[in-house]
Design a protein around this ligand. Sequence first.
Ligand code: ATP
Ligand code: MG
Length: 443
Amino acid sequence: MELPHNITEILAKLEKAGHEAYIVGGCVRDSLMGVQPHDFDITTSALPEETMAVFEGYTVIPTGLKHGTVTVLCEGEPVEITTYRVDGDYADGRHPDSVKFTRSLSEDVARRDFTMNGIAYSPTRGLFDEYDGAEDIRRGVIRCIGDADKRFNEDALRILRALRFSAVLGFTIEASTAASIRRNKGLLARVSGERILTELQKLLCGRNAGEVLRAYPEVFAEVIPELSPCIGYEQHSRFHSLTLYEHLVKAVENTPAESGIRLAMLLHDVGKPLTQTEDENGEWHFYAHAEKSAELADAALSRFHASNALRSRVGEIIRYHGMVPENNDRFIRRRLSKHGLPLFRDIMLAHIADDSAKAEFAKERIPLWREIVRRAEELSEQQPCLSIKQLAVSGRELSALIPPSPKMGETLNYLLQGVIDGRFRNDRDELLVQARRFLDKNP
Ligand code: ATP
Ligand code: MG
């Protein structure tokens, strides 16, 4: 296994001082899979104060002394070194009540979640793999270390980690671990909203996200109850051949792997069951479901303590996912002025994903949506005037014509609309003439 120079150096220094030291967890898993690890965690028999003594002269940050973690700056990079430990009881199903240091790597590895995450490696001591994690990685299997029920009861976040790894790595969850996930889904109520959201975002971006969403709908409904009425829900609409939940999953799969747009697609129709009506032909309609869905999505995101930026972006994508776009510059400029290019692009990506997940004939519109995105990008390049700030006249210049009053804002808006629609050129003299005309007609 190729290790970066600073990692080899840290391992060697700890060993030279008479301690055991290994890299462990995600970095070993990734290396065995041939993936470049994003960071290296080191586990050692040295107690935190012993580790600090070994790295005298280095910058050492006592990151989480209580949990045995110190961070050492080595060749400009922070590296976490954690003492072998055993976790105490998990009374709350979230945090161990206490942690105890140990001199046994075997005990340290036993507290870890999955066999693939329980492998340690040292250049001098080789692979330590008590739970056959390497074999599980080779076969693409996620399996709890020890009794799954017990492990999920200790820490329910592991349920979401299992699903997330399955989505990201494309691994299958071993049968008894999977059964335990289904049995213990109720434990997820103990997990904080922030952590649920973090896992969910990574999961949704995984290459296997759709498969996992399909395989565990009831687990997802546990963390997002808004999904529950969507599962198995027949839409009785000629636009749709799929159940509502399957439509949501397909829509997720049809977007680029970015968590904001994928969250939006997962939730974009959750308001449908609440807005359902039936016409005389027995066909169902869902008037104003976009607004309802945006509301429900926001409730879910606020439970997860999502940032305002994420809430607003997801809300706007959902709110506008059903508008009918037109392929003309006037329409596109108006939308660019209202949403800005990034959000307008998201809204169009939502149209594409949504239509890709409907009846066959709906797919015919997709080339048009792509064309509109292309044109929106082109128009944006030209830096068209899309806001009052960009008008060739300022409020100040207009104040010669109008005393300060609500009329001022109205006039500026009128000029902006005219420029966006292509009726006026964004030219100072022309806009002054148009302002005068407007004011004459609307004294
Ligand atoms: P990645 O960083 O790629 O998401 P990772 O496996 O490194 O994956 P981390 O959250 O960085 O995940 O945790 C590092 C290691 O700590 C894991 O590989 C695992 O051994 C252990 N671990 C992390 N979270 C838990 C948990 N909730 N329960 C048990 N062990 C855990
Ligand atoms: Mg990691």
